[in-house]
Design a protein around this ligand. Structure first.
Ligand SMILES: [Zn+2]
Length: 290
């Protein structure tokens, strides 16, 4: 069996494990806090790789941020990583081949190969967390666009200029469908500036009508975004992942989308590839592309 070293680089932690070419994790997943500077991240990656280098065929990195079409450089959207992260020369980290891809794209690929969208040649994955990540697979290929950054879920949901998005524009899908979007919706409905997503879920479960309404509005915004994506891409299915997806009723969203969709009906699934779908997807995608 051949192994690759899968590494997932996020704003708060770096996880890694040996993964075989079927996407199975060999050993326990190791986790370390993401260092505060790009230079420290680079030397940490070198040390991690050094430990495993003689056991692996290549290194597959799933990272926050946009990755170029050559899969060797981060080119943007790295707000949660230190300044200088984009300058890391990933290829120089090892004598072995190094493959890099955006974490949401990697997770979408893992779902397509071993998870909820298996055998769906056209699928869209949305990662609902603090923000919203996206990965689009068309005709069995990851949609990357001219620079590598396709699949960013920043498109207009409202003309009210009511929410500034993390990208700097107003009222993007992310500003409504993310965990932060849910919080903002609850601030407006519950008239509570300090409410947290945890409060919203807990209070809704305890019968608080305003918090229940906030969740309903948030879910409806997600459904509206998915409807637009369904009309644009005509996918076999959508896969929802991330820390917020467990609060979403996929059957309700699917029913709503299919009652308005202009193309044929689509499916909406919960993700199945697990917490490590980023590094698994990086290895599975790297297997095909390098
Ligand atoms: Zn935006």
């Amino acid at each position: 069996m051949n192994f690759a070293l899968g590494i997932d680089i996020g704003g708060t932690k770096i996880s890694y494990a040996l993964i075989d070419n079927n996407g199975f994790i060999k050993n326990d997943v190791q986790k370390v806090s993401t260092p505060k500077t790009a230079r420290e991240i680079e030397s940490m990656l070198k040390n991690i790789i050094l430990k495993y280098e003689n056991q692996i065929e290549f290194i597959a990195i799933a990272t926050a941020g946009t990755v170029n079409n050559e899969n060797d450089k981060v080119i943007g959207s790295t707000a949660n990583l230190p300044i200088g992260y984009k300058d890391i020369d990933f290829l120089s980290l090892s004598e072995k081949k190094v493959f890099v891809e955006n974490d949401a794209n990697c997770a979408a690929w893992a779902e397509y190969k071993i998870g909820a969208s298996i055998n769906c040649k056209n699928s869209i994955m949305l990662t609902l967390g603090t923000g919203v990540g996206g990965g689009i697979i068309i005709n069995g290929k990851l949609l990357k666009g001219k620079s590598g950054g396709a699949g960013e879920m920043h498109f207009l949901m409202s003309r009210n200029k009511s929410r500034r998005c993390t990208c700097g524009a107003w009222d993007c899908f992310e500003a409504y469908a993310s965990g932060n979007g849910l919080r903002q919706t609850a601030v407006e409905i519950c008239k509570d500036e300090n409410i947290t997503t945890y409060d919203i879920i807990e209070r809704a479960n305890n019968g608080d009508v305003d918090c229940q309404k906030s969740l309903e509005v948030w879910q409806n915004d997600i459904a509206l975004g998915i409807l637009g994506l369904a009309n644009l891409f005509d996918p076999d299915c959508f896969v929802l992942s991330g820390s917020m997806e467990k609060f979403v009723d996929v059957e309700k969203i699917e029913k709503f989308v299919n009652s308005f969709v202009l193309t044929s009906p689509t499916k909406v699934y919960h993700a199945k590839a697990g917490n490590y779908s980023g590094m698994i997807g990086a290895v599975l995608l790297g297997n095909e592309l390098i």
